[in-house]
Design a binder for this molecule. Sequence first.
Ligand SMILES: Cc1ncc(COP(=O)(O)O)c(C=O)c1O
Length: 393
Amino acid sequence: MKRHNIMFADRTNWNRTPNRLSESLAALRAAGKPLLDLTVSNPTACGFHYNDREILQALNNPEALLYEPNPKGLESARRAVADYYQARGDDASVEDIILTTSTSEAYSYAFRTLCNPGDEVLIPSPSYPLFDFLAEIQDVKLVRYPLLYDHGWQIDFHALEQAVTPRSRAVIAVHPNNPTGHFTKHSETAKMNAICSARQMAIIADEVFLDFALDGQRAPSFVADAPALTFTLSGLSKIAGLPQMKAAWLAVSGPRESKREALARLEVIADSYLSVNAPVQLAMPRLFEQRHNFQKQIMSRILQNLAELDHQLAGQSECSRLVVEGGWYAVLRVAVTRSDEELALELLASQNVYVHPGHFYDFPSDGFLVLSLITLASEFTEAVARTLDFLER
Ligand SMILES: Cc1ncc(COP(=O)(O)O)c(C=O)c1O
């Protein structure tokens, strides 16, 4: 055994060897080759126009010179979160909201509140790869429940119920899911609540993409009280396109007694860190206002890119896209002539186009590519043209 394997915790014993795709990407970048990037997810680097002056002024508040520690976060900031829900027709009380620096941190609070080491949390598959790390760091075991695709995505409830064990503590719903882009439907929310409340499990609802519905309709949040104890997670990172501000939250809902107990426990965790800084908390009401300008631009980009994708797909027969209802990504279904990783490597090497293979997101088989719809429109058009041209060869 290597000496440092004795020194460090097993949970940090990750395989840190870069995968072949990231190695090729690094080589291409080092060689200064121009790259068409269909994986972008950082909204601050995608050509959107932010109200710089207003954002900077919001941070410049003399009240930040006084330290007012509050485990749940400053009331004015929590009120801004409650107002956000109210404006979209959902109802969350200021007292049921706890601020965190990121949705990722909110996950860690939820996991620590609910799980003993080795307890299980159910997550949808496919979904976002960060969950593996978030869970491992908290000694939580992730168990996958499949999503089925048939003219649209849906939860396989039979498989979900079969995946439940005496150690299951919670079910994660990503609403809408990344990268499948489907919302949890009303009947699915009801069924998930019935399953979780009957088995003393909580729901963790990740709603970072909630406002990005392609049909312009407002999908209801999980934040309303329902039969199961529910932790609803979101933040300004996606809602207002401000990931650098590190402003997020966790809202607790559900039966009165378990909600009260969960909040009391969460408050102790939050009090141990007091992690959200004063300037950002004070700025939150004004930063929330920025979402209108941001969401208008990003929705227009997403719809434009999706229309362009459909236009180009109509001219060929090699691949198609899956139904998407919301979020920032589209999934292409391609013929399985090689592994998705091989395909992504070849696209990178021969076309200078960078796409994520489906297996990054735990798709059940090869034959899927994930494209970011927030890519600059001109870059998106060219990258899709090169991709389809390559697939037709
Ligand atoms: C589904 C999902 N949840 C959470 C996050 C992380 O959000 P935050 O920046 O608030 O930690 C992301 C980021 O891409 C995401 O896609």
